[in-house]
Design a protein around this ligand. Structure first.
Ligand SMILES: *Cc1c(COP(=O)(O)O)cnc(C)c1O
Length: 342
């Protein structure tokens, strides 16, 4: 068999179940499943869906509801199987021999570029995690990826800077997976910039990571091309229903967002010396505490490369954050006793 070279060099998936942890703060998930009352209501709705039937070929109804939610037209919205799927689809639409990313950032951009057989050019974020001179490498770029708030650093890129990058005319994918926790968004810019595609998701603030629903927001002209590469029937009718249900319960969603932001700020205050300010549902911390925490039943993400010795901690429920605080304080005390870092 002749395996394509780009596939041969892709690493094998390593998403095997990890050490079981009592507290999971490693995947930026929403710590709350639906409360029992709402869950029951949703399950009642799901039970009415005929599973022998295909879902709609294209999820128009949900797109209409999302458009209304953002004050845009349905033509501006495209739903897919998580925003991850959209990253892959977008790279099929445009021409150009490389993508631009700004590390440290989300790994899926590079993954899908490799799948497409094109290069990933990295213009690392500045010391303070602002975008570097990405325009200098924009010639013949297929897509520029900007993640804001950025995973794993948690900062947002100023709107003014995003507009400067848009002025290159190169397609810009603005990944706003965490926008609900930042309280600001740039979806409205699609009215002025044809080359902007904003990615949003139901996986984080809306708490539906298991349902795999994401969406893109772009101008009608750009969407016209994006829709051509979306395989029909790709989104499950169960997931579509769940997403529509959440849009009908935004009071609840906003309450959870508020809770997570409050808890994020509490964690930040506790570890000011080690944590970077965050506009997302996680915190980057300059603490090499991954193994220490895991031994105590708390899973966080261990970072590497430029962020060697750092962890990314998802904001959890109050009691989970309490456990984190207690154990991290113990870790810091231990490190100080050993004189690490002196
Ligand atoms: C979690 C996350 C997503 C969400 O992806 P889905 O496929 O919609 O679950 C997208 N981008 C970034 C940067 C993320 O961290």
């Amino acid at each position: 068999m002749r395996i394509r070279k780009n596939v041969r060099y892709l690493p094998k998936p390593s998403f095997s179940p990890k050490v079981p942890a009592r507290v999971r703060l490693d995947r930026n998930e929403n710590p709350f499943d639906l409360p029992p009352g709402l869950k029951k209501e949703l399950m009642g709705e799901l039970s009415k869906i005929p599973l022998n039937r295909y879902p709609p070929a294209y999820p128009k109804e949900l797109e209409e509801k999302i458009a209304e939610f953002h004050g845009l037209e349905p033509e501006n919205v495209m739903v897919a199987n998580g925003s991850d799927e959209l990253i892959g689809l977008i790279l099929k639409v445009f021409d150009g021999d490389h993508i631009l990313i700004s590390s440290p950032t989300f790994g899926m951009y590079g993954f899908f570029a490799t799948l497409e057989g094109i290069e990933t050019v990295d213009v690392p974020l500045e010391e303070d995690f602002r975008l570097g001179d990405i325009e200098a490498f924009s010639e013949n770029a297929r897509v520029i990826f900007i993640c804001s708030p950025n995973n794993p650093t948690g900062n947002v890129q100023p709107r003014k800077r995003i507009i400067e990058v848009l002025e290159t005319g190169v397609p810009v994918v603005l990944d706003e997976a965490y926008a609900e926790f930042a309280g600001e968004s740039n979806t409205d810019l699609v009215k002025d910039y044809d080359n902007l595609i904003v990615l949003r998701t139901f996986s984080k603030a809306f708490g539906l990571a298991g349902a795999r629903i994401g969406y893109a927001v772009a101008s009608e002209e750009t969407m016209d091309y994006l829709r051509r590469v979306l395989p029909p029937f790709s989104v499950s009718s169960l997931s579509l229903r769940a997403a529509e249900f959440m849009l009908g319960h935004t009071d609840y969603v906003n309450h959870v967002i508020r809770y997570i932001i409050d808890e994020r700020e509490r964690l930040y205050r506790e570890f000011k010396e080690y944590a970077y300010p965050s506009r997302a549902n996680f915190l980057l911390m300059r603490l090499d505490a991954h193994d220490f925490l895991l031994e105590r039943g708390i899973a966080v993400l261990k970072l590497s490369g430029r962020l060697e010795g750092h962890i990314r901690v998802t904001v959890g429920k109050k009691e989970e954050n309490d456990a984190l605080i207690e154990n991290l304080k113990e870790f810091i005390e231990k490190e100080e006793k050993l004189g690490v870092g002196d």
